[in-house]
Design a protein around this ligand. Structure first.
Ligand SMILES: Cc1ncc(COP(=O)(O)O)c(C=O)c1O
Length: 342
């Protein structure tokens, strides 16, 4: 197993390497964190009842349809722990988030990569790979690192045609930024498909990455099964209370995605003016193609005070993923790119 390659953090540099929220978290979440300090000597509510109530209201599901994780990363691991027997197969995209393969390998699963020649999850490529050994299919939409979304039509086709004994896990870490009306939201299909789990996180649009709060939504039977492998106090009191406050402060996520939309427009115009190729992202980052080695290019940008993510470990050695920053951060990025390229 290869250790996880994290986005670079560098003292004094702007971090556009891990798709965090450049605004931070909401003032309401920050206040909840401060208030929670009084409770840190007491174990968290292991059942996270208040947070599950808030999430159930937000998503129109019942509390027994929600499992919480120490980040959605942990929910991925719990899913593999629950369903995977050694030697069974897990389908993951060729260019996608690495934690699906990590979770599979942790339980001696066989990782099979679905080819993504045009960088999309294509049912035509996924469906023929499903055989009796496949237990899990991980989809990511909008996908990290491309920012591309799976369409409703493609998800519907997959759900119709994938056998019911294969669990389809749809990771929606970036869905709060999604704008395309054709793009899918797996929550719409949870009631219909007992083999579907949707994953969400407070790490991106809610700006709570350091507190590690993510969750899965599925039919109550699946959730009961996954809950069996959850460690008792996996989400901290600070995390639970901040997440509740953040759900209540719903304007913050809306404003964050508006800031993201404006920043994305600006960054796309910048890339066009510099003749840099980019993918039409539905997320809070843009992936660009560079001439030469991505790692070298990323080092050059970092030397000008901005860390970004070269995509070698995603199998895209000529591409770089850049988080959409604040207007001031984009100014600095623009300066750095103009100096490097012109
Ligand atoms: C697609 C995707 N899913 C999940 C995560 C991790 O989320 P969490 O912080 O909830 O573990 C990330 C983090 O970058 C991601 O890109």
């Amino acid at each position: 197993m290869k250790p996880y390659t994290a986005g670079e953090r560098r003292q004094g540099a702007i971090k556009l390497s891990s798709n965090e929220n450049p605004r931070g978290c909401s003032p309401e979440a920050a206040a909840a964190i401060r208030e929670s300090i009084a409770e840190v000597h007491i174990y968290p509510d292991g059942a996270a009842r208040a947070l599950k109530t808030a999430l159930a209201d937000t998503h129109g599901v019942t509390q027994d349809q929600i499992v919480l994780g120490n980040g959605s990363d942990e929910v991925m691991t719990m899913i593999a722990a629950t369903y995977l027997n050694p030697g069974e197969s897990v389908l993951v995209g060729e260019h996608t988030f690495s934690q699906y393969a990590f979770a599979a390998r942790l339980f001696d699963g066989v990782v099979r990569h679905v080819p993504m020649p045009d960088l999309t999850f294509d049912p035509v490529r996924i469906l023929p790979m499903i055989d009796r050994t496949v237990r899990l299919l991980f989809l990511c939409t909008p996908n990290n690192p491309t920012g591309l979304s799976i369409s409703r039509a493609d998800l519907e086709r997959l759900l119709r045609e994938v056998p019911r004994d294969v669990l389809v896990v749809v990771d929606h870490a970036y869905i709060d930024y999604q704008e395309d009306p054709q793009a899918c939201d797996a929550l719409e299909y949870i009631a219909q498909y007992p083999n579907l789990v949707a994953l969400r996180t407070f790490s991106k649009a809610h700006g709570l990455a350091a507190l590690r709060v993510g969750y899965g939504i599925a039919g109550s039977e699946r959730i009961r099964e996954i809950e069996r492998v959850r460690s008792p106090f996996n989400v901290s009191t600070l995390g639970q209370n901040a997440a509740i406050a953040s759900l209540e402060a719903s304007a913050f996520v809306r404003e964050s995605s508006e800031l993201n939309r404006a920043g994305k427009q600006r960054m796309m115009e910048l890339f066009r003016s510099l003749e840099i190729e980019f993918l039409p992202s539905q997320a809070n980052f843009l992936t660009i193609r560079v001439t030469g080695e991505a790692q070298e290019f990323a080092r050059e940008i970092a030397s000008r005070g901005i860390t970004v993510r070269p995509l070698n470990s995603f199998g895209l050695p000529d591409q770089i993923r850049i988080t959409i920053g604040t207007p001031e951060q984009i100014d600095l990025l623009e300066n750095a790119l103009r100096r490097i390229l012109t």
